[in-house]
Design a protein. Structure first.
Length: 93
């Protein structure tokens, strides 16, 4: 049986039921892996600590997202660079 990574597992799970809400329990924060999972529809990204996973599961039950701070920072950095917030901030009010 071939080994699957988190992206492959999320892809298969969402293919069988697109309405699923998935938390990826991992310590991997590679930008490529994060982007791939978020593009698939993954709504949570946390370390594998039990308390964090429990809180992430509760957030998904409320139809919220649950992202680790490092993933949130990646998203903010990419978003800010794409919309030119650095240029806006430099110009001032």
């Amino acid at each position: 049986m071939p080994k699957l990574n988190g992206v492959d597992v999320a892809r298969q799970m969402l293919k069988s039921d697109p309405a699923q809400r998935i938390v990826v329990p991992t310590g991997v924060n590679s930008e490529d892996v994060v982007r791939a999972c978020l593009a698939l529809g993954v709504r949570g990204w946390k370390s594998d600590k039990t308390d964090e996973l429990t809180k992430a599961g509760e957030a998904l039950e409320r139809h919220d997202s649950a992202l680790s701070s490092s993933v949130s920072n990646q998203i903010l950095t990419v978003t800010q660079s794409r919309i030119g917030w650095g240029d806006i901030a430099a110009k001032g009010p």
